[in-house]
Ligand binder design. Structure first.
Ligand code: FES
Length: 208
């Protein structure tokens, strides 16, 4: 019997190979046709995004190198009723947390997470919405194992938001989750295959 477990494999200096994904959503929110095996561009330069067209070879894309941003460790923020953990190395700076509850998650404050400034329900909602898995409930974090619908959502001029798809990579970070990851699409992250937010600072445009 063939193995139809959803997964994403890294190709060295090449694309991400997505296998048995249930849905793929384009930048405009429209569903794209899903094939059992798809090569997704992550050099940022394919003329056929989101799919790889071989341009990575021409442009000399390197899937390693660069300088990972932020320490690879979970910091914990304890409130009276709830504790939140955060690993900066996994954060793709999608900023969902500040958008949803800036009363609790505010990068301009110290500490930047203050669980007691909101309700437990608000904290839980933000952690559930965090697309990278960098924010987790409790301490120490446990590896969250994939168990639901395998989906990839492509962000406008940004990365792949991946849910419920384990990523096969030799790159690792503490407490990495199989349930949520943000994967680099622009080719510029210092922490590939994960996004570190460089697409934004580099002003990368997908051209899709
Ligand atoms: S990874 Fe192949 S064209 Fe971008």
């Amino acid at each position: 019997m063939s193995d139809e477990t959803p997964k994403i494999e890294e190709r060295e200096n090449g694309p991400l190979i997505a296998k048995h994904i249930h849905s793929l959503t384009g930048e405009d929110g429209a569903a794209l046709e899903v094939k059992p095996v798809m090569a997704l561009c992550r050099c940022g330069q394919s003329a056929n995004k989101p799919f790889c067209d071989g341009t990575h070879t021409k442009v000399g894309f390197e899937s390693r190198g660069g300088k990972p941003e932020g320490p690879d460790k979970f910091f914990t923020y304890e409130g009276k009723e709830v504790t939140v953990s955060f690993n900066p190395r996994l954060c793709g700076h999608a900023a969902e947390c500040g958008r949803i509850a800036s009363n609790i998650f505010d990068a301009n404050k110290k500490p930047w997470v203050q669980p007691d400034n909101g309700t437990v329900a608000e904290v839980e909602a933000v952690v559930a919405a965090c697309p990278s898995g960098a924010l987790q409930m409790g301490t120490p974090p446990e590896t969250m194992v994939a168990e639901g619908r395998a989906e990839i959502m492509i962000q406008k001029d940004g990365p792949y938001w991946v849910t419920e798809v384990p990523v096969e990579t030799d790159s690792s970070a503490e407490g990495i989750s199989e349930r949520k990851n943000i994967l680099c699409r622009c080719g510029k992250s210092g922490n590939k295959p994960y996004c570190d937010g460089t697409h934004r600072s580099a002003g990368w445009k997908s051209g899709d």
